[in-house]
Design a binder for this molecule. Sequence first.
Ligand code: NAD
Length: 504
Amino acid sequence: MVTNTEVKELGHFINGEIVAGTSGHFSDVFNPSLGAVIARVPIATKEEVQSAIATAKAAFPAWRALSIGKRVEIVMKFRQLMTARMDALIDIICIESGKTIEDAKGEITRGLESVDLAINAPHLLKGEYSVNVGGNINAYSAKAPLGVVAAISPFNFPVMVPLAITTMAVAVGNSVILKPSERVPCSALFLSELWKEAGLPDGVWTVINGDKDAVNELLENPAIEAISFVGSTVVADYIYTTGSKYGKRVTALGGGKNNMIVMPDADLEQVANAFLGAAYGAASQRCMAISTIIPVGEETANKLVKVLADKIAKLKVGPYTDSDVDFGPVITKQSKDAIIGFIDRSLEEGATLVCDGRNPDIAKNSNGFYLGPTLLDNVKPGMEIYEQEVFGPARNVVRVDTLEQAIDLINAHELGNGVTIFTNNGAAARKFITEIDVGMVGVNVPIPIPVGYHNFGGWKRSRFGEGHMFGPDQARFFTKTKTISEKWFEENSESASTFAFPSN
Ligand code: NAD
């Protein structure tokens, strides 16, 4: 059993050290496996955020002036420390998010891909050069850091998302302020200690804890040059609109409603095995979780639902301390209640229950926020559970007759984060890849999350702004281009005024 019950008072990480909050306001941080409060995180005031921004701004010129090689040395040291402290980090993720140990390990490993990419910053920063574009002028472009940039992260990846939206920003020479989710602040504070130990100058890395008031200050403060946000669509939309209004560069990644199309030729055993982990892993609290499976044809649907029902019945929900659990609790009691509400209302709207996870055995003897796996059949467009992102283990079967119908359905949805098709038919896969309006696409790959050196991001209302998470876009997003035209006169060379617009 999970036993840690000591309630810690957390702080912010400002100017190279943990500092206590001064607002007098705190938010409870839970261990969702126990349903118990483990820490109290301070909620920053506007003034505290302003003071953190001033510290980050003061640190920027010296950090920018350091050679890229020296900056990358620090990132490499940070990476070494992360791998050396992997077990401690896994513990923190498991305790504050409820993830299983294997899942936490997977999250850190994927997070390290972003650190690896940042170590390649010198390559990504290389500019362009043209010799003698006219009159012995050489033209070149260089990428300059922006200044103080802010990152705002969600609860469901306490380490991977913060790493993905901050590490390149640090490497290319910015001062970075992270506002982590108030549900999982311990992981971000732990990363802060590693940065300090790696030798990052004080003020270059800041963690400010708080809620929407802290975020609003980051959105409005003129010293913040860019905002990278990951979270729900409603908040992403707000961040993009408000940040843009205040003249900032903004990328805001939102929620997902991800589908898995199953063609009649697919191997249903393989499909079902792929679906289980992609749909219910991390208690379905992944933006790339499969929420809806779309079998094509009645016969495929009937067979698939039967195979799924048998396998889902064997899934085990429980605390991360039990080594054989498939997934843990959801993040809060409110979240659990909301998911049960979605299931209840879907039944009123005509969905049918294949597996009911509303009251799993473990919930009878634990205060943890546990839900078992629920599968609903005969879900249809227009039903609330089909239209909205449900961030918990309630998954849908939507039946269609043709691939065209499946593609049309997916394209009509407002979210477009991830999607996949399971088939052995190359022509069907090709049609699907070409016609689907979704940002991250899989073929026989259940969660098509791009590897860290490719860009990650959805389409439609799953992403606002032009930047991506992961990938080379990180280096573009956190730098601005300076284009230089340079000429050197030879001794005693003649020069003349010209009033015509210069041309080559
Ligand atoms: P959330 O939107 O509630 O919170 C995200 C961040 O925004 C947190 O730091 C939070 O403090 C802050 N925030 C919350 N409400 C705010 C408001 N009104 N104004 C300003 N800031 C606010 O998201 P969450 O519940 O922490 O995370 C789950 C969501 O994130 C899901 O929708 C999931 O799909 C999405 N997500 C998306 C991706 C992606 O890559 N697209 C990745 C991970 C999570």
